[in-house]
Design a protein around this ligand. Structure first.
Ligand code: AMP
Ligand code: MG
Length: 275
């Protein structure tokens, strides 16, 4: 098992920013005990098999839902992670929700309204591609609402997540930590590869100029919202294969820790006859 990369409640976090003076103990290049992609293929295959079995018990037992939240800068690999995680599970028991800029209708409600109704039901795995954390990230970086409004949200988010957990939802939050240089390479590759042109989004190039502001906003999120009931994990994400391995491992471990059981049959199957 790789390092857990969990953020302890209240831990002080320093991510890599543009300014050289800022040092970080969260290295996006970290690949733990692995040196290359090939070495992770076998363990990843085994994890996918375990995940499929665990998902079946999750569905049969119908006691818990698993909510996986993915956050990170543009090109950090949220979509790729979803593809890899999905590869290991039965798509019928999984829901993916992408959170874009809120619609007029969504803006006329509280910011958690659209989130709450997207939480997976018991028996299922739900993946959020972005989430309510945007309401203290992009919203904070671009002053989309006054400070007096967003600063109350950290506590509101912790309370909301606690309520979900107390009602049977297990929450895992992954920050996909890439470096600014890695983002540059990924953006360049999108420009230079015709089959990736559909992914080119001018907004991503603009958001990149706010890199340090985002890192600061993420640091606050990680410090204030990693709780005992819904921890944050800082995933080294410069190497896609390591990111996939660490996240899949964490999901499998979390499901194992639930000590789930297939429910007792509701009829005595030994007495059933087939005519
Ligand atoms: P993408 O994930 O690349 O499809 O982009 C979705 C965009 O929606 C990103 O630029 C997010 O910052 C933006 N977005 C998501 N949630 C919110 C929110 N609550 N308020 C404003 N923008 C948001
Ligand atoms: Mg994008």
């Amino acid at each position: 098992m790789e390092q857990p990369f969990i953020v302890k409640p209240g831990e002080s976090i320093s991510l890599i920013g543009e300014k050289k003076s800022r040092s970080s103990n969260h290295n996006p290049d970290n690949t733990g005990s692995y040196n290359k992609k090939d070495d992770t293929k076998k363990p990843l295959k085994k994890l996918h098999k375990e995940l499929l079995e665990l998902q079946e018990i999750l569905y049969a037992e119908n006691k818990h839902a698993l909510l996986i939240i993915l956050q990170g800068m543009d090109t950090c690999g949220k979509d790729g992670t979803i593809r890899k995680v999905m590869a290991g599970i039965n798509v019928q028991g999984c829901e993916v929700v992408n959170f874009k800029a809120p619609t007029v209708d969504e803006l006329s409600r509280d910011y958690l309204w659209r989130v709450h109704k997207s939480v997976p039901p018991k028996g299922k795995i739900g993946i959020f591609n972005r989430s309510h954390y945007e309401d203290v990230l992009v919203v904070r970086v671009h002053d989309l609402v006054p400070k007096s409004v967003w600063k109350k949200r950290y506590q509101q988010i912790n309370d909301f997540e606690r309520m979900l957990v107390e009602n049977g939802t297990v929450i895992l939050k992954f920050f996909l930590n890439i470096s600014k240089d890695e983002q540059k390479e990924r953006l360049e590759s999108r420009i230079n590869t015709p089959s990736k042109h559909w992914k080119v989004n001018e907004a991503d190039f603009h958001e990149r100029t706010y890199w340090d502001d985002y890192m600061q906003a993420y640091e606050v999120v990680l410090e204030k919202c990693s709780t005992e009931w819904a921890p944050w994990y800082i995933i080294p994400a410069n190497k896609k294969w390591y990111r996939d391995l660490v996240i899949t491992e964490r999901i499998v471990k979390t499901l194992q820790d639930l000590k789930m059981k297939f429910p007792e049959p509701n009829t005595d199957v030994s007495k059933l006859t087939i005519v």
